[in-house]
Ligand binder design. Structure first.
Ligand code: NDP
Ligand code: DGY
Length: 313
């Protein structure tokens, strides 16, 4: 009998979903009037969960599934999974590292250029006919600016090489100093004081919750820009709104939010903010590779082979 996989993940592409369906008994969580009752009904048979950053796999869900063996998330971030509970139950967890690093770094650069060069504002300026009445106000150039990266991991390093190509200096903050040719700041406040652009590419979760608060935003200063492609929880969102409204920082480019897909109205109405709907990895090529990794991890597990990308904590 084929193992049963609970699919809660809606970002998986059709071809990879089909591949999964050919190999396993796939039951999807969406389309049911009462998803919780659906899980109750199938709780004995579910051996695997395929999820994504949108669907949290909490303690209660893990504890409710007696035969669960593996959770595969179609994302590199895993702060939506209760790793401790999974570990206690010896349930394997896999994610999708590396294949999405370049795309996510590209997205960070898109946001940085859009907010500094005011390209979204400029596009609207032309479309509504303002060009007939004057010139678009000036933006800021990246060359010569110091970019402070919070979380110089796989994605952070891709961001760094792209920023270097734009003529920027690179600094980074993280828990450990690395063997890289960039300036290390063990103190985030110090880095914020020195840098012109701060890009967040660290994981979410309790350890980084509200890492960027009102003090860090004040330190970044009125000429400073904040870019976030990590998780909404890393930034104190009300403090960010207040900082943008009060001119404490110059602008922000955001791909992630505290309560997605709810984006605060205050952010939506601001000109000095560029907002993307969590599209860091959202290209056909990358989402295909991510989905394939998910399928291959699940297949490896049930074939008794080593997992390709296990989350090891
Ligand atoms: P990595 O694990 O390769 O890098 C994470 C980096 O964050 C490391 O350099 C680590 O350095 C640093 N870090 C970890 N904890 C802390 C902390 N408490 N304070 C400061 N820095 C910390 O992960 P990836 O680069 O692959 O992914 C990073 C994150 O990006 C994901 O977890 C996810 O949340 C987000 N992401 C968002 C996407 C989007 O669509 N917007 C797409 C893909 C990823 P050190 O250990 O030295 O602290
Ligand atoms: C990730 O991989 O963590 C992204 O946020 C989802 O694509």
């Amino acid at each position: 009998m084929k193992p049963t996989v609970l699919l809660t993940c809606r970002i998986i592409l059709e071809a990879e979903k089909k591949d999964l369906e050919e190999r396993f008994n796939v039951i999807t969580l969406w389309g049911h009037e009462d998803p919780e009752a659906f899980i109750q009904e199938h709780k004995e048979e579910i051996q695997a969960i395929v999820t994504d950053h949108i669907f949290p796999v909490r303690k209660e869900l893990i504890e409710n599934l007696p035969n669960l063996e593996i959770i595969a998330t179609d994302s590199v971030g895993f702060s939506h999974i209760d790793i401790e509970t999974a570990k206690e139950r010896e349930i394997k967890v896999t994610n999708t590292p590396d294949v999405l690093s370049e795309c996510t770094a590209d997205t960070a650069l898109c946001l940085m250029m859009a907010v500094m060069r005011r390209t979204c504002e400029a596009d609207l300026f032309l479309r509504v006919g303002k060009w007939f009445h004057g010139d678009m106000p000036l933006g800021r150039r990246p060359r010569g600016k110091l970019c402070g990266i919070v979380g110089l991991g796989r994605i952070g390093k891709e961001i760094a090489t792209r920023c270097e190509a734009f003529g920027m200096e690179i600094a980074y903050h993280g828990r450990t100093k690395q063997d890289v040719p960039y300036r290390y700041y063990p103190d985030l406040q110090r880095m914020a004081e020195d840098c012109d652009v701060m890009i967040l590419s660290c994981p979410g979760g309790p350890a980084t919750a509200n890492l960027v608060d009102s003090h860090i935003l004040e330190a970044l200063g009125q000429e400073g820009f904040l870019i976030n492609v990590s998780r909404g929880t890393v930034v104190d969102e009300p403090a960010l709104i207040a900082a943008l409204q009060g001119g404490v920082i110059a602008g922000a480019g955001l791909d992630v939010y505290l309560d997605e897909p709810n984006v605060p109205e205050e952010l939506i109405s601001m000109d000095n903010v560029v907002l993307l709907p969590h599209i860091g990895s959202a290209t056909v090529e990358t989402r295909t590779e991510m989905g394939q990794l998910v399928v291959d991890n699940i297949a490896a597990h049930f074939e008794g082979k080593p997992l390709l990308t296990e989350v090891k904590i």
